[in-house]
Ligand binder design. Sequence first.
Ligand code: NI
Length: 138
Amino acid sequence: MEKVKRFGVSIEESLLIKFDSFIKTKKYKNRSEAIRDLIRENFVNDSWEDSSKHVAGAIIIVYDHHKRELLDNLVDIQHNYQNFIISSQHIHLDHHNCMEIIVVKGAMQKLIELEAILKATKGVKHTTFAKSTLGEEI
Ligand code: NI
């Protein structure tokens, strides 16, 4: 296990009160774990600013499965990006709507491009992109 270092932090009292309230809301047991997560989150967010990076994440789409040609389009799109798709899961939300969770990994530009193509596909009602990391920067 990696060595853990301690360091002191000087912070305005009012900011510390807000921080303690924040970590209580977020269910952290102590300040250290909250600070570690904030640092890691910052590094991951930063990595998404650098388009040369390789990253990982999940694209979630919701669509109307009654539109038959849409299903063909979605399969075609995913085959075109097969090198970037690790897995996908299909969930039948209700009689009309399906959700697909597409786990992606690779060059950020290609993943953003894939999300944009899925979002712009007729019949896709909503997309969201959970942007994560391959773990290198944290
Ligand atoms: Ni379905």
